[in-house]
Design a binder for this molecule. Structure first.
Ligand SMILES: [Mg+2]
Length: 266
């Protein structure tokens, strides 16, 4: 059996490891190469589907590591982690709701790939990957706030959580990125964990890590000060996206080398 890794890095994608505008990650390549040479796993953690994340993992040479998909509802690439997809059950429960409420919600499962491409701005190929869902259902809500409240109450009685994102209302059985991170940490048993994210839905992930990095995103208002920032357990980058990612990861690896470099587990 392999020795546990010294560190596992958990990272959000959009606005964090991927540039907000161009979706490029090449600015983070030096730090990614350094992590790879040290045998440190990088676990991608995103709202994207397994089909979408596998493509990015291949691009970044990260296919040997687990990843967190559909906002924590699922984990791919972890031995012994056999999850039963819940998408069909989720869709059935939405369809069984009173028509007055369910017809206000138009999920990706109600749309063909062309419509998903139109509402997301994705290409048709990418829309097909975004439609290949196992656990959660994003969709557009067309009712008023009162109906939305009732919809959420009824869903909640079925154990379904509804999260409002920038554009889509995403329904799932409620596991978060941090829940999935805990499962991966229990399996890999790293000495330390580092997490990077840019948005409110990454805060749990940053709080669950030994060291958290809030990557600057000039496209959203800055988050209020987080617990742990004053102690330096959580830091903010000044550079945005993959450039900030690269700087923060390199600085943390330098610091770990200084402090534990003389310890050998060989
Ligand atoms: Mg993000």
């Amino acid at each position: 059996m392999n020795a546990p890794p010294k560190l596992v890095v958990f990272s959000d994608l959009d606005g964090t490891l991927l540039d907000h505008d161009t979706y490029q990650w090449t600015a983070a390549r030096p730090a990614l190469d350094r992590l790879a040479s040290m045998g440190i796993p990088v676990v991608l953690a995103s709202s994207k589907t397994a089909a979408e994340i596998r493509l990015l993992q291949a691009d970044m040479s990260l296919t040997q590591h687990p990843a967190i998909v559909e906002n924590g509802s699922g984990i791919i690439g972890l031995d012994g982690e056999n999850q039963t997809p819940t998408y069909t059950k989720l869709r059935r429960q939405i369809e069984a709701l009173p028509d007055r409420l369910s017809r206000r919600f138009r999920g990706f499962g109600d749309m063909d790939a062309a419509e998903v491409a139109a509402v997301t701005g994705l290409s048709l190929d990418a829309a097909c990957r975004a439609k290949a869902r196992d656990f959660s259902e994003p969709g557009l809500w067309s009712g008023d706030e009162d109906d939305l409240g009732q919809f959420q109450d009824v869903l909640s009685a079925h154990g379904i959580n509804a999260q409002q994102g920038g554009r889509f209302l995403t329904l799932s059985f409620g596991r978060t990125k941090a829940d999935a991170m805990n499962t991966i940490v229990a399996a890999l048993k790293p000495e330390k964990t580092m997490a990077l994210g840019d948005a409110p839905n990454d805060i749990d992930l940053l709080q669950a890590a030994d060291f958290g990095v809030l990557v600057a995103n000039p496209h959203r208002p800055p988050l209020p000060e987080l617990p742990g920032e004053e102690q330096g357990r959580i830091i903010r980058t000044t550079q945005a996206g993959p450039t900030g990612w690269n700087t923060a990861v390199n600085a943390y690896l330098d610091m770990l080398n200084e402090h534990v470099g003389h310890n050998s587990h060989g």
